[in-house]
Design a protein around this ligand. Structure first.
Ligand code: MRU
Length: 336
């Protein structure tokens, strides 16, 4: 029986987030109306995943005006800048902040600026819920038979405002009898696969096994993967897609083994100002995220570390980008 949980919710005038750094061992919630606390939650990956980051940031920007009586222009600019500085790669963050900027400019002199901004944040959250459903619906056609699927990182409810992107395609596929098993990359170094996707697959009652990231190639060689599907943090207009580090490796392995590799993301993840993957800013994380696991050293902290959080999969490795507006194929003529 599937079990439900809420990953991001606006309740009693506070943002309530499940603390993703504690999952799956503890289900702890952060309830706050402090925008700085939300900015820190984004930085620490207590809330993460491209769409979820955007939604959390939108609520945070609205909360900057709860009980605020000072200079609204100055406050908006400071809060916008702080939130925009949290994580650079996911375009959803900047799109959500820009949406609230439009509302701010329209309502700057209104008596109830907070309500206007909060309303917009809630709308963005609602829109994301709908986009997740449309992505799942559109994605069903990728399953040509009862399939075993490989996924990387986490793209479910935890990563979005709704039921997820790639995860929701898999979930819908399972519900419709088109997916029988999921292999989930553990997703080093922060283990979004073994901690978060496993948590969500377990809650949804979908049979799965966690694999180390380096096991995927062997499974493909042995004919055990029918297709791979991941999310994206930013998609350039030529189809180059940034996603969790290791995604490029999965896509390259798929190409070698003639296995379809799909990306699933809302159209809001397509950055129409970005020509190709070279223009996507890749976030680098603290070296301790490699040298330690949950704070426990596994090697020496003084060793050199190279720690990009994302990589870019070239468009030609992607069989299709599943969006809320349909599935796009090379040459990826995305439409807003
Ligand atoms: O660093 P994270 O955990 O925020 O990275 C998340 C991912 O790479 C997801 O795959 C991506 O945001 C798509 S989520 C629908």
């Amino acid at each position: 029986m599937p079990e439900s949980f809420k990953s991001i919710e606006f309740k009693n005038d506070k943002l309530v987030l499940i603390n993703q750094t504690k999952l799956p061992l503890e289900e702890e919630y952060i309830a706050t109306d402090n925008p700085e606390r939300i900015a820190q939650a984004i930085e620490k990956l207590e809330v993460r995943g491209a769409p979820a980051i955007g939604i959390a940031a939108a609520y945070a920007l609205a909360l900057c005006f709860k009980n605020f009586n000072g200079n609204t222009q100055e406050r908006f600019e400071r809060c916008y800048k702080r939130l925009a500085s949290t994580r650079p790669t996911a375009v959803n963050l900047f799109m959500a902040l820009d949406e609230l900027k439009k509302t701010f400019l329209e309502s700057q002199n209104s008596q109830d600026l907070y309500s206007a901004l909060l309303e917009r944040a809630k709308e963005l959250h609602e829109e994301d819920i709908k986009m997740c459903e449309a992505i799942a619906e559109n994605g069903l056609s990728i399953f040509k038979k009862k399939s075993t699927v490989l996924t990387h990182c986490n793209t479910g409810q935890l990563a979005t405002g709704g039921n997820g992107t790639a995860f929701n395609v898999i979930k819908k596929g399972f519900e419709e009898g088109k997916v029988e098993f999921v292999y989930v990359d553990e997703t080093r170094p922060l283990l979004q696969g073994s901690r978060l996707t496993a948590f969500e697959l377990g809650k949804a009652g979908i049979p799965f096994a966690i694999i180390t990231d380096s096991t995927a190639g062997m499974l493909m060689k042995d004919g055990k993967i029918d297709l791979a599907i991941t999310g994206a943090d930013r998609i350039a207009i030529n189809g180059d897609s940034a996603n969790k580090i290791g995604t490029y490796g999965v896509a390259a392995l798929c190409k070698f083994h003639n296995i379809p590799f799909y990306i699933a993301a809302p159209m809001s993840t397509v950055d129409f100002d970005c020509k190709n993957g070279d223009e996507i800013k890749i976030e680098f994380r603290a070296k301790e995220e490699i040298t330690r696991i949950k704070g426990v050293p596994v090697t020496r902290d003084d060793y050199g570390v190279y720690s990009p959080a994302f990589d870019v999969t070239p468009a030609e490795l992607i069989k299709g980008v599943i969006t809320d507006k349909g599935i796009f194929h090379l040459p990826f003529n995305f439409t807003k």
